[in-house]
Design a protein around this ligand. Structure first.
Ligand SMILES: O=P(O)(O)OC[C@H]1O[C@H](O)[C@H](O)[C@@H](O)[C@@H]1O
Length: 353
C-alpha cells in the first residue's frame, strides 16, 4: 500500500483537484489546478499549495510563502520533509540513506511519535503515525487560535485497527507556513468512542534540524532543567551545563521545559527558535559516530549535519475521556544570527515575560 495524503491519488504528476479544493484558503476557488495555474498561484502575493505525485505514486504537497519569498514546506506522504526559509535555505535534514518505501519510516524531516515514544508501550517503536497514510482533512473543525499564515494543509488520520491500538481516535494535523516563513504544526487528538474507556498516550514531534557542524551547535532554554537520560535507562538528572553542546551521543528528554527553546548554529550563523504549546517536554538527540554507523538508514557522517530537538509530552501520559480533545503545537522559526543568548532564561520563558 502506498502512502498518500489524498483520498485518491493519481500516478501522473498533475495537481490533485480533490486536495486542492480541500486544503488551502488560496487554492479553494479552483476545482482543478493545471501546471500553469499552479504556477500562477505560486506567484500570487499570498501563498499557495501545490500537489504532485512522484514516480513511486507518493503524493507530495508544497506549501509556498508569499510572492518573492522562497519560503516553502514540502510534505511527502503527509510527513514534513523539507522547510526552506525566505532565502530558500533548507532548515531540515534528511538522511543520505533515507528509504522512501512505506511503511518504513523516513529518516529525516519531522516524524511524529504517537501514541508512544520509543519502546515505552505495547506497540511499534515511536508508534504507528510515522508510518501511516494521512488523508487530507476535508472538513476540519475551526482552529480559532491559529495565527495568520500564507498557506496551510489539514490532514487526518483515523484508521481503527484494534490489533495495533484498540482505541477510536481522530488525529487532525495542520501544517502551516507563516508570512515570515515560520513552520507551524498543530495536532489535535480526540477520543471519539461515545461511551467507552479513556485512552492515554505520549507524543513527540521529532524534527531533524539541518546544522552545518554539530560540534558548533548549542541548544539554549533547557539549562538547569531535569532530563530523562535515555543513555542511562531514563535516569532523571539535572542539567548542569550552561547550554547544551554536542561532543558525543546525546539522547535526552528534558521535562517541564519552557515554551521557547533555541538551536544556535554558529558556523552557519543561524538560529532556529522553537516555540511550543501543550507539550511540556523536549527531546534532544544526536546519535554521534558509533550509533550513526549502527543505524541502517543513516549515513556514517550524517550525524555531523543534524540534531533532533522537538516538542513532546513524554514524562506524563495525556489521557482523553470519550469526547475529549487534546491539542499540541510546535512552531519553528528562523531568526537572524544576531540572536543572543540570555533571551531564553527558563524562568522568564515559563512565566511568559
Ligand atoms: O531510530 P528511530 O526509531 O527513528 O529513533 C530515533 C531516535 O528518536 C528519539 O530521538 C529517541 O530519543 C532516540 O533514542 C532514537 O534513537
Amino acid at each position: 500500500m502506498k502512502r498518500t495524503v489524498g483520498e485518491s491519488s493519481s500516478s501522473s504528476s498533475s495537481s490533485s483537484p480533490q486536495a486542492t479544493s480541500s486544503s488551502s484558503s488560496q487554492a479553494t476557488s479552483s476545482s482543478n489546478v493545471s501546471a500553469a495555474s499552479a504556477a500562477a498561484i505560486a506567484n500570487s502575493p499570498i501563498g499557495s499549495v501545490e500537489f504532485t505525485t512522484d514516480s513511486n505514486g507518493l503524493e507530495k504537497v508544497i506549501l509556498r510563502g508569499p510572492r518573492r519569498s522562497s519560503a516553502e514546506v514540502l510534505l511527502y506522504g503527509g510527513q514534513v520533509l523539507s522547510w526552506k526559509n525566505k532565502l530558500g535555505e533548507e532548515l531540515l535534514f534528511v538522511s543520505t540513506k533515507a528509504v522512501f518505501a512505506p511503511p518504513k519510516p523516513i529518516r529525516g524531516g519531522i516524524p511524529i511519535c504517537f501514541p508512544q515514544f520509543l519502546n515505552n508501550g505495547m506497540i511499534e517503536r515511536h508508534g504507528f503515525v510515522r508510518t501511516r497514510f494521512w488523508r487530507i482533512d476535508l472538513d476540519p473543525p475551526p482552529l480559532p487560535t491559529a495565527a495568520p499564515c500564507s498557506s496551510y494543509i489539514d490532514l487526518i488520520l483515523d484508521e481503527q485497527d484494534r490489533w495495533t491500538w484498540p482505541h477510536k481516535y481522530e488525529f487532525r494535523h495542520r501544517v502551516a507556513l507563516g508570512y515570515e516563513g515560520e513552520l507551524r504544526l498543530t495536532s489535535r487528538i480526540r477520543n471519539i468512542r461515545p461511551s467507552g474507556k479513556p485512552f492515554s498516550f505520549t507524543f513527540a514531534y521529532l524534527p531533524y534540524l539541518f546544522v552545518s557542524d554539530i560540534s558548533e551547535v548549542r541548544v539554549e532554554g533547557v539549562e538547569t532543567l531535569n532530563y530523562l537520560d535515555h543513555l542511562q535507562e531514563k535516569e532523571r538528572i539535572t542539567e548542569q551545563a550552561d547550554a547544551i553542546t554536542f561532543e558525543s551521543e546525546v539522547d535526552k528528554v528534558y521535562v517541564l521545559t519552557p515554551t521557547k527553546i533555541a538551536i544556535l548554529d554558529h558556523e552557519r550563523k543561524k538560529t532556529i527558535e522553537l516555540r511550543k504549546d501543550g507539550l511540556l517536554d523536549a527531546v534532544v538527540w544526536n546519535p554521534w559516530d558509533k550509533k550513526a554507523k549502527a543505524i541502517e538508514d543513516l549515513g556514517n557522517q550524517d550525524y555531523k549535519k543534524m540534531v533532533c530537538v522537538g516538542a513532546a509530552a513524554i514524562e506524563n501520559y495525556i489521557t482523553l475521556k470519550p469526547g475529549e480533545e487534546w491539542k499540541g503545537r510546535m512552531e519553528l522559526n528562523f531568526v537572524p544570527s544576531s540572536y543572543c543568548s540570555g533571551q531564553l532564561d527558563p524562568q522568564k520563558a515559563l512565566l511568559g515575560v
